[in-house]
Ligand binder design. Structure first.
Ligand SMILES: *Cc1c(COP(=O)(O)O)cnc(C)c1O
Length: 361
């Protein structure tokens, strides 16, 4: 068996310990005589998995008691609609910061449901940094203020949260959830597709402050109603059973093997630093994100010559470093180095890049 170093932006690598554990439990989960994929979601044995996944997420992320955890489907993209349908019900206004493609999609979707305002954008700078904010643009009567915390395509991250006063802060944390501790109490709502750092595709995690769960817009589908999902403990219908189980294994890995989110952050910062230090010293490769906005999860870089970029992608793939091609909309390269990417993968990538530079400069 030979495994590649997979730098995909998502779905992405899972910890080998988790894959091995899932494989060992595949045919007979804890003496139940069945795999987790085959179980009734209402069975006692599955309920145990579900409850411990929720409890572990609360523990690892230090989620306060007045927040509900929802395990939904539909991806982060469904939240682009679900958030406004449920939250834009007071003044009917919401403020958005445009820091990349996903936040722009979220904004455009929300515009269908109410009065949305783009209060800042870094589009003019090709989204190479988090936008500069002007608080005068914020609307104090907005129902919420939306940001995308880590911009997966551009490799930028919010280093400091915007001060939105009493307006609830809503954040898409799809590509940085579980990468470092975050103070959940600073947010009204957090959401994430699981396929970057938590589990296989199919699970969407929503963490919502209880007082924000109310009556959604009248046309809201039942499946898009946070209240219904919360009342039914995410079991209104069949939840994404298998990804929730893998989520539990990933959380156990973070808790027991890594040592929690502070230790996870230390690992991730060191991993990213290896790559950024090399990019800063390289004569061939350049990092794309401004230094004060650099993400520790997605590292974007170019040579400045699309043909050289293509050559690098081809040769790195052949050498076992896969999915380094940048997003189809921006080109260049992107190394997504989520929690499960071992340090060794980055050390080897840097060595490969050094060699490539020597051969091609
Ligand atoms: C991947 C990603 C999305 C899209 O997620 P889906 O689950 O595919 O809908 C949205 N936002 C961010 C920040 C992402 O990284």
């Amino acid at each position: 068996m030979s495994r590649v170093y997979n730098f995909s932006a998502g779905p992405s690598m899972l910890p080998e310990a988790v894959l091995n554990r899932a494989a060992s439990e595949m045919m007979d989960y804890e003496g139940s005589g069945q795999s987790v994929m085959e179980m009734s979601h209402r069975s006692k044995v599955y309920d145990g998995i579900f409850q411990s996944a929720q409890a572990l997420l609360r523990k690892v992320m230090n989620i306060p008691e007045n927040y509900k955890i929802l395990f939904l489907q539909g991806g982060a993209s469904s939240q682009f609609a679900m958030v406004p349908m449920n939250l834009m019900t007071g003044s009917g206004k919401a403020d958005y910061v445009l820091s990349g493609q996903f936040s722009t999609k979220a904004y455009k979707e929300a515009c269908r449901y109410g009065d949305c305002k783009a209060v800042a954008s870094s589009k003019e700078d090709n989204f190479s940094r988090i936008p500069v904010l002007d608080k005068k643009e914020f609307r104090p009567d907005a129902d919420y203020f939306h940001i995308c915390m880590n911009n997966t395509i551009y490799g930028t991250v919010w280093q400091e949260l915007p001060d939105t006063g009493d307006v609830p802060l809503v954040a898409d944390i799809s590509s940085c959830i579980l990468s470092r501790p975050i103070d959940v109490s600073k947010f009204g709502l957090l959401y994430a597709g699981a396929q970057k750092n938590v589990a296989p595709a199919g699970l969407t995690i929503v963490i919502i402050r209880e007082d924000l769960i109310g009556e959604p817009m009248p046309f809201t589908p039942t499946m898009f109603n946070y209240g219904v999902m919360a009342e039914n403990d995410s079991m209104y219908n069949t939840p994404p059973c298998w990804p929730i189980y893998i989520c539990k294994l990933v959380l156990e890995w973070i808790e027991n093997e890594v040592g929690g989110l502070e230790a996870m952050e230390k690992r991730n910062v060191e991993k990213a630093q290896l790559l950024y230090d090399f990019l800063d010293s390289s004569k061939l490769f350049n990092g794309c994100a401004e230094k004060d906005s650099r993400s520790i999860m997605n590292v974007t870089f170019v040579t400045g010559d699309p043909e050289m970029d293509a050559k690098f992608v081809k040769e790195s793939t052949a050498a076992g470093f896969v999915n380094l091609k940048g997003h189809r909309s921006v080109g260049g390269m992107r190394a997504s180095i989520y929690n499960a990417m071992p340090r060794e993968g980055i050390e080897k990538l840097v060595a490969f890049m050094k060699k490539f530079e020597e051969e091609n400069l």
